[in-house]
Design a protein around this ligand. Sequence first.
Ligand SMILES: NC(=O)c1ccc[n+]([C@@H]2O[C@H](COP(=O)([O-])OP(=O)(O)OC[C@H]3O[C@@H](n4cnc5c(N)ncnc54)[C@H](OP(=O)(O)O)[C@@H]3O)[C@@H](O)[C@H]2O)c1
Length: 277
Amino acid sequence: MGSRVWLVTGASGGLGQALVSEVLSAGERVIAVTRDDKPLQPLTAAFPGRLRTVSVDITDAGTLRAVLDDAITGFGRLDVVVNNAGYALAGPFEELDDAELRAQFEVNFFAAANVLRAVLPYLRAAKAGRVLQISSLAGQIGAPGMSAYTASKHALEGLSVSLAAELAPLGIRTTIVEPGAARTGFRADWASRLYGSAPLPVHEALARSAGAAGGQAGDPAGMAQALVILADMPSPPLRLPLGSDAVTGIGNARSDQLEELRRFTMLSASTDHTKAI
Ligand SMILES: NC(=O)c1ccc[n+]([C@@H]2O[C@H](COP(=O)([O-])OP(=O)(O)OC[C@H]3O[C@@H](n4cnc5c(N)ncnc54)[C@H](OP(=O)(O)O)[C@@H]3O)[C@@H](O)[C@H]2O)c1
């Protein structure tokens, strides 16, 4: 049977590549799904027979399924699936066109769904497995200039919460991973979004975020180590924030939400036929 097999999307750089490297170093095997396998060639050479790279467009469901079937059959098993590929379409909402918004969902939401459709039959047959959905701090909060990205990550989280409940009785555990800002190529193109037709406060917020690139607290290697620990947990959490900024941001958002819920309870509950409060 051999060691566990992971499937990681968005594997050519950033968190995905760090995870592939960490998993291989831990003695396990990886199917790395990528648009460009060149950055992974040193790992292929360093870990012979333990890394299969799959070059495919994850938004093309039909092709994706065929190549994943082939790779999974080649290794003979599948244990951990990591939906990691994603990008952030930054920009004031009014400056994003419909095609850009849909493209954001194609990669961050629908491609993850394509991967799940392709892999779940294998996990179901094994009556075991882990699904790690790489969301974001932005899957829990909003921020100016991030409407498209936060919408796509909130959608991924909504799918994942229900999916987790569907899969748990089958022995498959799902965790939504919520990284804070990490030092990857992730913010590389945000600066190109700074100039709209009219200056708005959102442009300043975006300029600050783009300017902070390179100084993010999160270390992708540390995040990769946390994901390996997560995949070993017998009772993994439904959600796992990564990074102190994610812990603080999500904690503050939930406290604010609870405080607001309490403050407006009378109005909220006043719409029942029979007054309960
Ligand atoms: N870095 C952060 O601050 C941060 C914070 C919270 C959440 N995240 C999430 O973490 C995940 C990994 O991001 P990262 O920080 O490692 O960023 P990254 O260095 O830009 O890597 C993202 C990977 O996603 C894939 N990808 C990007 N755009 C794509 C597209 N249009 N179509 C298909 N695949 C695409 C690429 O993989 P291939 O080229 O191999 O296909 C790319 O290597 C993403 O889901 C991101 O939303 C990142």
